[in-house]
Design a binder for this molecule. Structure first.
Ligand code: FUB
Length: 329
Protein backbone atom coordinates (compact mmCIF):
# COMPACT_ATOMS: atom_id res chain seq x y z
CA UNK A 1 0.00 0.00 0.00
CA UNK A 2 1.22 3.48 -0.82
CA UNK A 3 1.71 5.66 2.23
CA UNK A 4 1.80 9.41 2.26
CA UNK A 5 2.04 11.60 5.30
CA UNK A 6 0.31 14.93 5.76
CA UNK A 7 1.49 16.99 8.70
CA UNK A 8 -0.01 20.23 9.92
CA UNK A 9 -1.36 21.25 6.55
CA UNK A 10 1.82 20.46 4.56
CA UNK A 11 2.31 17.55 2.23
CA UNK A 12 5.48 15.67 3.12
CA UNK A 13 5.26 12.92 0.57
CA UNK A 14 2.27 12.80 -1.67
CA UNK A 15 0.90 14.17 -4.84
CA UNK A 16 -1.77 16.64 -3.83
CA UNK A 17 -4.24 16.20 -6.61
CA UNK A 18 -6.84 18.70 -5.48
CA UNK A 19 -7.28 22.08 -3.86
CA UNK A 20 -4.39 23.73 -2.08
CA UNK A 21 -5.02 25.03 1.41
CA UNK A 22 -3.06 27.43 3.59
CA UNK A 23 -0.78 25.92 6.22
CA UNK A 24 -2.30 26.06 9.72
CA UNK A 25 -0.66 27.63 12.78
CA UNK A 26 2.06 25.45 14.36
CA UNK A 27 0.66 22.58 16.40
CA UNK A 28 -2.71 22.53 14.65
CA UNK A 29 -3.99 19.87 12.29
CA UNK A 30 -5.39 22.32 9.76
CA UNK A 31 -8.64 21.79 7.90
CA UNK A 32 -8.96 19.81 5.75
CA UNK A 33 -6.96 17.31 7.78
CA UNK A 34 -5.55 15.61 4.69
CA UNK A 35 -5.53 16.53 1.00
CA UNK A 36 -7.93 15.24 -1.60
CA UNK A 37 -11.65 15.14 -2.22
CA UNK A 38 -12.95 12.94 0.59
CA UNK A 39 -16.47 12.88 2.05
CA UNK A 40 -18.71 10.99 4.51
CA UNK A 41 -15.81 10.42 6.95
CA UNK A 42 -16.15 7.53 9.38
CA UNK A 43 -14.12 8.04 12.57
CA UNK A 44 -12.80 5.06 14.53
CA UNK A 45 -10.18 4.45 17.21
CA UNK A 46 -8.31 1.16 16.80
CA UNK A 47 -5.33 0.13 18.90
CA UNK A 48 -4.44 3.65 20.13
CA UNK A 49 -4.64 5.16 16.66
CA UNK A 50 -7.26 7.44 15.16
CA UNK A 51 -8.63 6.24 11.85
CA UNK A 52 -10.74 8.00 9.23
CA UNK A 53 -12.43 6.05 6.43
CA UNK A 54 -13.99 8.44 3.90
CA UNK A 55 -15.83 8.18 0.61
CA UNK A 56 -13.58 9.06 -2.32
CA UNK A 57 -15.63 12.02 -3.51
CA UNK A 58 -15.60 11.75 -7.29
CA UNK A 59 -18.20 11.17 -9.99
CA UNK A 60 -20.09 7.97 -9.11
CA UNK A 61 -18.45 6.01 -11.92
CA UNK A 62 -15.06 6.81 -10.42
CA UNK A 63 -15.92 5.91 -6.81
CA UNK A 64 -14.43 2.46 -7.13
CA UNK A 65 -12.47 2.11 -3.90
CA UNK A 66 -11.66 3.44 -0.47
CA UNK A 67 -8.52 4.93 1.07
CA UNK A 68 -8.07 5.17 4.84
CA UNK A 69 -6.09 7.56 7.04
CA UNK A 70 -4.51 6.95 10.45
CA UNK A 71 -3.02 9.26 13.06
CA UNK A 72 -1.50 8.93 16.53
CA UNK A 73 -2.57 12.45 17.53
CA UNK A 74 -5.16 13.99 15.13
CA UNK A 75 -2.43 16.19 13.58
CA UNK A 76 -0.12 13.80 11.71
CA UNK A 77 -2.03 11.67 9.18
CA UNK A 78 -0.83 8.70 7.16
CA UNK A 79 -2.68 7.63 4.03
CA UNK A 80 -3.39 3.94 3.39
CA UNK A 81 -4.37 3.61 -0.26
CA UNK A 82 -7.07 1.33 -1.58
CA UNK A 83 -7.96 -0.59 1.59
CA UNK A 84 -11.13 -1.86 -0.13
CA UNK A 85 -11.63 -1.95 -3.89
CA UNK A 86 -14.66 -2.66 -6.05
CA UNK A 87 -12.82 -5.50 -7.78
CA UNK A 88 -12.96 -7.40 -4.47
CA UNK A 89 -16.74 -7.01 -4.13
CA UNK A 90 -18.29 -9.31 -6.76
CA UNK A 91 -21.75 -7.70 -6.69
CA UNK A 92 -20.62 -4.05 -6.67
CA UNK A 93 -20.68 -2.39 -10.07
CA UNK A 94 -21.14 1.32 -9.43
CA UNK A 95 -20.31 3.89 -6.77
CA UNK A 96 -18.96 2.82 -3.40
CA UNK A 97 -19.49 5.18 -0.47
CA UNK A 98 -20.06 5.94 3.21
CA UNK A 99 -17.88 3.53 5.23
CA UNK A 100 -18.75 2.35 8.76
CA UNK A 101 -16.11 0.39 10.67
CA UNK A 102 -16.13 -1.81 13.75
CA UNK A 103 -13.62 -4.16 15.35
CA UNK A 104 -14.90 -7.42 16.78
CA UNK A 105 -12.95 -10.44 17.97
CA UNK A 106 -9.73 -9.22 16.38
CA UNK A 107 -11.33 -8.74 12.95
CA UNK A 108 -12.19 -5.43 11.34
CA UNK A 109 -15.54 -5.08 9.60
CA UNK A 110 -16.05 -2.47 6.89
CA UNK A 111 -19.69 -1.71 6.04
CA UNK A 112 -20.25 0.23 2.83
CA UNK A 113 -22.93 1.25 0.33
CA UNK A 114 -22.71 0.20 -3.30
CA UNK A 115 -24.54 0.64 -6.59
CA UNK A 116 -26.92 3.47 -5.55
CA UNK A 117 -29.97 1.27 -6.09
CA UNK A 118 -33.18 3.07 -7.07
CA UNK A 119 -35.64 0.21 -6.52
CA UNK A 120 -35.88 -3.38 -5.27
CA UNK A 121 -35.17 -4.84 -8.71
CA UNK A 122 -31.61 -3.55 -8.77
CA UNK A 123 -28.67 -5.37 -7.19
CA UNK A 124 -26.86 -3.44 -4.48
CA UNK A 125 -27.36 -1.75 -1.12
CA UNK A 126 -25.32 -2.12 2.04
CA UNK A 127 -22.47 -4.63 2.11
CA UNK A 128 -19.80 -5.72 4.56
CA UNK A 129 -16.15 -6.63 4.13
CA UNK A 130 -13.65 -8.02 6.63
CA UNK A 131 -9.91 -7.79 7.28
CA UNK A 132 -7.34 -8.76 9.89
CA UNK A 133 -5.96 -5.23 10.16
CA UNK A 134 -7.55 -1.77 10.08
CA UNK A 135 -5.71 -0.93 6.86
CA UNK A 136 -7.00 -4.04 5.14
CA UNK A 137 -6.94 -5.54 2.68
CA UNK A 138 -10.71 -5.87 3.17
CA UNK A 139 -12.59 -8.63 1.36
CA UNK A 140 -16.33 -8.92 0.80
CA UNK A 141 -17.79 -11.09 3.57
CA UNK A 142 -21.02 -12.33 2.04
CA UNK A 143 -20.75 -12.33 -1.75
CA UNK A 144 -23.99 -10.33 -1.76
CA UNK A 145 -25.38 -7.26 0.02
CA UNK A 146 -26.33 -7.41 3.68
CA UNK A 147 -29.37 -5.19 3.05
CA UNK A 148 -30.55 -5.03 -0.56
CA UNK A 149 -34.14 -3.79 -0.42
CA UNK A 150 -36.00 -0.62 0.49
CA UNK A 151 -37.77 -0.86 3.87
CA UNK A 152 -39.98 1.94 5.21
CA UNK A 153 -38.94 4.03 2.21
CA UNK A 154 -35.26 4.11 3.18
CA UNK A 155 -32.69 3.71 0.42
CA UNK A 156 -30.16 1.16 1.77
CA UNK A 157 -27.15 3.50 2.09
CA UNK A 158 -25.29 5.56 4.70
CA UNK A 159 -25.08 2.88 7.39
CA UNK A 160 -23.62 3.40 10.84
CA UNK A 161 -22.93 0.56 13.29
CA UNK A 162 -23.66 1.28 16.94
CA UNK A 163 -22.38 -1.07 19.66
CA UNK A 164 -24.64 -0.78 22.70
CA UNK A 165 -23.54 -1.48 26.29
CA UNK A 166 -25.44 -4.78 26.37
CA UNK A 167 -23.29 -6.13 23.53
CA UNK A 168 -25.86 -5.66 20.78
CA UNK A 169 -24.68 -4.28 17.45
CA UNK A 170 -27.29 -2.14 15.74
CA UNK A 171 -27.13 -0.66 12.26
CA UNK A 172 -28.79 2.68 11.67
CA UNK A 173 -29.03 3.57 8.01
CA UNK A 174 -31.07 5.15 5.30
CA UNK A 175 -31.28 7.74 2.59
CA UNK A 176 -34.23 9.28 0.79
CA UNK A 177 -35.45 10.93 4.02
CA UNK A 178 -36.03 7.72 5.98
CA UNK A 179 -33.93 6.15 8.74
CA UNK A 180 -34.16 2.56 9.95
CA UNK A 181 -32.54 0.69 12.80
CA UNK A 182 -31.81 -3.04 12.59
CA UNK A 183 -30.16 -5.49 14.97
CA UNK A 184 -27.15 -7.17 13.39
CA UNK A 185 -26.46 -10.85 13.85
CA UNK A 186 -23.39 -11.33 16.07
CA UNK A 187 -21.33 -12.50 13.05
CA UNK A 188 -22.59 -9.62 10.87
CA UNK A 189 -23.93 -11.97 8.22
CA UNK A 190 -27.42 -10.51 8.39
CA UNK A 191 -30.07 -8.94 10.57
CA UNK A 192 -32.39 -10.45 13.18
CA UNK A 193 -35.63 -9.33 14.83
CA UNK A 194 -35.52 -7.00 17.80
CA UNK A 195 -37.29 -7.70 21.10
CA UNK A 196 -40.57 -6.28 19.80
CA UNK A 197 -40.50 -8.57 16.76
CA UNK A 198 -39.68 -5.89 14.20
CA UNK A 199 -36.63 -6.29 12.00
CA UNK A 200 -36.57 -3.01 10.06
CA UNK A 201 -37.73 -0.38 12.53
CA UNK A 202 -38.20 3.13 11.24
CA UNK A 203 -36.74 5.84 13.48
CA UNK A 204 -36.93 8.82 11.11
CA UNK A 205 -36.71 11.61 13.69
CA UNK A 206 -38.12 14.58 11.74
CA UNK A 207 -39.27 15.66 8.27
CA UNK A 208 -35.89 17.39 7.87
CA UNK A 209 -33.98 14.07 8.11
CA UNK A 210 -32.22 13.22 4.81
CA UNK A 211 -29.33 10.76 5.35
CA UNK A 212 -26.01 10.16 7.12
CA UNK A 213 -27.26 8.85 10.50
CA UNK A 214 -25.01 8.26 13.50
CA UNK A 215 -25.58 7.15 17.10
CA UNK A 216 -23.59 7.24 20.33
CA UNK A 217 -24.36 6.93 24.01
CA UNK A 218 -23.34 9.49 26.63
CA UNK A 219 -24.34 9.53 30.28
CA UNK A 220 -27.03 6.93 29.67
CA UNK A 221 -28.68 8.83 26.81
CA UNK A 222 -28.75 7.87 23.13
CA UNK A 223 -27.70 10.63 20.76
CA UNK A 224 -29.04 10.29 17.23
CA UNK A 225 -27.48 12.60 14.64
CA UNK A 226 -28.07 12.95 10.91
CA UNK A 227 -27.64 15.21 7.88
CA UNK A 228 -30.24 17.50 6.34
CA UNK A 229 -30.38 19.33 3.00
CA UNK A 230 -28.75 18.31 -0.28
CA UNK A 231 -25.17 17.09 -0.08
CA UNK A 232 -24.06 18.86 -3.27
CA UNK A 233 -25.20 22.28 -2.06
CA UNK A 234 -24.29 24.84 0.59
CA UNK A 235 -27.18 24.13 2.99
CA UNK A 236 -26.19 20.57 3.92
CA UNK A 237 -25.98 20.43 7.71
CA UNK A 238 -26.15 18.21 10.81
CA UNK A 239 -28.95 18.01 13.40
CA UNK A 240 -29.62 15.72 16.35
CA UNK A 241 -32.02 14.27 18.89
CA UNK A 242 -31.64 12.55 22.26
CA UNK A 243 -33.55 9.46 23.36
CA UNK A 244 -33.71 6.89 26.13
CA UNK A 245 -33.21 3.86 23.87
CA UNK A 246 -31.57 3.15 20.51
CA UNK A 247 -34.99 2.83 18.92
CA UNK A 248 -36.19 6.18 20.24
CA UNK A 249 -38.55 7.86 20.22
CA UNK A 250 -36.42 10.73 18.96
CA UNK A 251 -37.50 14.36 18.73
CA UNK A 252 -35.33 16.74 16.72
CA UNK A 253 -33.53 19.26 18.96
CA UNK A 254 -31.79 21.35 16.31
CA UNK A 255 -28.82 21.90 14.03
CA UNK A 256 -25.29 21.80 15.42
CA UNK A 257 -23.18 22.04 12.25
CA UNK A 258 -23.87 24.18 9.20
CA UNK A 259 -22.18 26.43 6.67
CA UNK A 260 -20.19 29.44 7.81
CA UNK A 261 -19.67 32.11 5.13
CA UNK A 262 -16.18 32.76 6.49
CA UNK A 263 -15.04 29.12 6.50
CA UNK A 264 -16.91 26.63 4.27
CA UNK A 265 -20.31 25.52 2.98
CA UNK A 266 -22.25 22.23 2.93
CA UNK A 267 -20.90 20.83 6.22
CA UNK A 268 -22.35 17.41 6.97
CA UNK A 269 -22.26 13.62 6.89
CA UNK A 270 -20.15 13.43 10.00
CA UNK A 271 -18.95 11.04 12.66
CA UNK A 272 -17.26 11.54 16.02
CA UNK A 273 -14.12 10.69 17.95
CA UNK A 274 -14.62 10.25 21.68
CA UNK A 275 -11.40 10.28 23.71
CA UNK A 276 -12.42 8.46 26.85
CA UNK A 277 -9.39 9.54 28.96
CA UNK A 278 -10.62 13.10 29.28
CA UNK A 279 -14.11 12.79 27.77
CA UNK A 280 -13.26 15.03 24.83
CA UNK A 281 -15.27 14.87 21.62
CA UNK A 282 -14.41 15.76 18.05
CA UNK A 283 -16.69 16.00 15.05
CA UNK A 284 -15.28 14.66 11.77
CA UNK A 285 -17.23 15.90 8.75
CA UNK A 286 -16.97 16.97 5.15
CA UNK A 287 -17.49 20.44 3.75
CA UNK A 288 -17.16 22.34 0.48
CA UNK A 289 -14.41 24.95 0.06
CA UNK A 290 -15.80 28.48 -0.09
CA UNK A 291 -16.81 29.48 -3.61
CA UNK A 292 -16.50 25.95 -5.02
CA UNK A 293 -19.81 24.81 -6.50
CA UNK A 294 -18.76 21.35 -7.72
CA UNK A 295 -20.85 19.04 -5.53
CA UNK A 296 -18.14 16.41 -5.38
CA UNK A 297 -15.54 18.83 -4.09
CA UNK A 298 -15.80 17.80 -0.48
CA UNK A 299 -12.95 17.78 2.03
CA UNK A 300 -12.66 16.11 5.42
CA UNK A 301 -12.26 18.29 8.49
CA UNK A 302 -12.16 17.90 12.26
CA UNK A 303 -13.32 20.35 14.91
CA UNK A 304 -14.12 20.14 18.60
CA UNK A 305 -17.60 19.15 19.74
CA UNK A 306 -18.84 20.31 23.14
CA UNK A 307 -21.88 19.69 25.34
CA UNK A 308 -23.60 22.00 27.76
CA UNK A 309 -24.30 21.05 31.37
CA UNK A 310 -27.65 19.52 30.38
CA UNK A 311 -26.08 17.27 27.77
CA UNK A 312 -27.11 19.28 24.73
CA UNK A 313 -24.61 19.53 21.88
CA UNK A 314 -23.37 23.07 21.38
CA UNK A 315 -23.17 24.50 17.84
CA UNK A 316 -19.85 23.49 16.31
CA UNK A 317 -17.43 26.25 15.43
CA UNK A 318 -15.87 25.30 12.10
CA UNK A 319 -12.24 26.35 11.76
CA UNK A 320 -9.46 26.49 9.21
CA UNK A 321 -6.74 25.89 11.79
CA UNK A 322 -8.29 22.63 13.01
CA UNK A 323 -7.59 20.87 16.27
CA UNK A 324 -4.41 20.60 18.33
CA UNK A 325 -2.62 17.34 19.05
CA UNK A 326 -4.39 14.80 21.24
CA UNK A 327 -2.16 11.73 21.45
CA UNK A 328 -3.92 8.57 22.55
CA UNK A 329 -2.56 6.77 25.59
O1 FUB B 1 -21.11 10.34 -0.89
C1 FUB B 1 -22.40 10.03 -1.35
C2 FUB B 1 -23.46 10.67 -0.53
O2 FUB B 1 -23.07 11.94 -0.14
C3 FUB B 1 -23.82 10.04 0.76
O3 FUB B 1 -24.61 8.94 0.66
C4 FUB B 1 -24.53 11.12 1.41
O4 FUB B 1 -24.70 10.93 2.76
C5 FUB B 1 -23.74 12.31 1.03
O5 FUB B 1 -22.84 12.67 2.01
Amino acid sequence: MRLAQWVGGAVLAACMSTAAFAAPPPGHAGNPVFPGWYADPEAAIFDHQYWIYPTTSLKYAQQTGFDAFSSPDLVHWTKHSSVLAMKDIPWAKKALWAPALVEKGGKYYFFFAANDIQNDNEVGGIGVAVADKPDGPFRDLLGKPLIDKFHNGAQPIDQFVFHDDDGTYYMIYGGWKHANIVKLRPDFTGVEPMADGTTFKEITPAPEYVEGPLMFKRNGKYYFMWSEGGWTGPDYCVAYAIGDSPTGPFKRIGKILEQDPKIATGAGHHSVFHVAEDDSWYIVYHRHPLGDTDGNHRVTSIDEMHFDKDGHILPVKMTNEGVTAKPLR
